[in-house]
Design a protein around this ligand. Structure first.
Ligand SMILES: Nc1nc2c(ncn2[C@@H]2O[C@H](COP(=O)(O)OP(=O)(O)O)[C@@H](O)[C@H]2O)c(=O)[nH]1
Ligand SMILES: [Mg+2]
Length: 421
């Protein structure tokens, strides 16, 4: 299964660690996950998607291998990384720059956590009236400079080789960008988008900057999480930033509020419904079972809770943290697909007949045959054909879309044990 890794990036004290706690901690209850390496700065979050079990009235039988399905909403595990150590000057080798940049290579998409309250300066020190727009521009230029400088200092020899072997621009660029987790098709895509037609040997510095920009847009889709919206100074900054940047990439968040709500939930003071603006208190409960019974709040906690309601939940509808994770996955265009053994009863490959056991998030442009390879090498080896709901046959080169997300493979031999790794 192709793992997705989202990286939280941002200056010190923006709220990255709080964010990681907010989206990973309490969700352990949601179930298991397929990832073997969970390092200290890693976590697992679960994003909700519509599960096909609901369409077919199979909610009661639905039995995911990873994550969980609650009445037709399926929670898929996503890996998260807290990338600490980015400080101004990182691309020039300041601070923990290199470790940061190494971590970045492994990420599929970024969530830039920005302290929108303006109460911390560019180094994360307490201040007042700092303009968070600086941070948004700074992070981008830090990554840009890192990539640009590496390209620029070798440009002479890159051009000579390019001319000597008569390579395509995308091939030459891929040689330079592979270390950042690029691929040939990604290079073709961003070259297409930036529309540069001149021969590579004529490119000047401005062209190289444009190339690096186009590469970064394609390689590191970024959600901007404007964090600390619970603080009074945030409002005016939020307005300005939303007017200046692409709003479809901005999410308003309060990591602290989410951590607080989840903590009270865990301690049974409230029943908090993640991703919503609502929770229950002891006095709201009518005849709860002993297990569900909530504890009464003390005055101090109650007033803090009311503040979170006023400043965050009532104003914005939720704390936004889960929205940020969902938006980052959306930017990647990943499609959830459900390989099944039997297209009529949705049982799974292998010996257990669990309904809709497997779900994979596949990248855009994945074909039916690509999926077969991802699910099991033997499916590819003994491949006959694939079909979707209603026993409709699919071509092996057909691109997978949400409309054909339930897929069964027919093979020339029985596939024994199964795996989706
Ligand atoms: N008011 C407020 N404070 C926050 C929020 N998120 C984090 N903080 C605080 O900001 C400080 C730095 O947070 P931390 O998660 O350690 O930042 P990191 O350095 O980016 O990992 C801590 O004191 C947090 O409690 C938030 O949404 N609202
Ligand atoms: Mg931290």
């Amino acid at each position: 299964m192709p793992d997705i890794l989202l990286a939280f990036v941002g200056k010190p004290s923006a709220g990255k660690s709080s964010f990681l706690n907010a989206v990973t901690d309490a969700q352990a209850k949601v179930g298991n996950f397929p990832f073997t390496t969970i390092k200290p700065n890693h976590g697992v979050s679960y994003i909700p998607v519509d599960c096909p079990c609901k369409r077919f009235g199979k909610q009661a039988q639905c039995s995911p291998r990873y994550g969980k399905c609650i009445d037709g909403t399926r929670y898929l595990p996503i890996k998260i990384l807290d990338v600490a150590g980015l400080v101004p000057g990182a691309s020039e080798g300041q601070g923990l720059g290199n470790q940061f940049l190494d971590d970045l290579r492994t990420a599929d998409a970024l969530i830039h956590v920005v302290d929108v309250s303006g109460t911390t300066d560019q180094n994360g020190k307490e201040t007042a009236g700092y303009d968070p727009i600086n941070d948004i521009n700074w992070l981008r230029s830090e990554i840009h400079n890192w990539v640009f400088n590496n390209l620029h200092k070798r440009w002479g020899s890159i051009v000579r080789r390019h001319v000597a072997i008569k390579a395509l621009p995308a091939e030459t660029l891929q040689n330079q960008f592979s270390g950042y987790g690029s691929t040939v098709s990604l290079c073709h895509r961003f070259m297409e988008k930036c529309g540069i037609k001149e021969a590579l040997e004529t490119w000047d510095d401005d062209t190289l900057h444009a190339i690096v920009d186009a590469f970064l847009d394609e390689r590191f889709p970024t959600v901007i999480a404007l964090n600390k919206i619970d603080l009074p100074d945030s409002d005016k900054n939020i307005d300005r930033i939303c007017r200046k940047y692409d709003e479809s990439r901005i999410v308003l968040t309060s990591a602290l509020a989410e951590v607080f709500l989840r903590k009270l939930h865990k301690q049974k003071f409230i029943k908090y419904f993640e991703g919503t603006d609502s929770f229950e208190l002891a006095e709201d409960q009518i005849d709860p079972s002993e297990e569900e019974k909530l504890k009464p709040l003390d005055e101090k906690t109650r007033s803090r809770l009311e503040k979170v309601q006023d400043m965050v939940l009532f104003r914005y509808g939720h704390t936004g943290v889960l929205e940020a994770v969902k938006k980052a996955v959306d930017l990647l265009g990943m499609i959830p697909v459900y390989p099944v053994k039997n297209i009529n009863n949705f049982s799974s490959f292998g010996r257990d007949n669990r309904v809709f056991r497997d779900c994979l998030l596949v990248p855009p442009e994945t074909t039916v045959r690509d999926l077969a390879k991802m699910v099991h090498p033997d499916l590819d080896k003994y491949y006959l054909y694939a079909e979707t709901i209603g026993s409709i046959r699919l071509g092996e080169d057909q691109i997978i879309t949400p409309e054909i997300s339930v897929i069964s493979f027919k093979t020339s031999q029985n596939i024994g044990s199964s795996s989706n790794k």
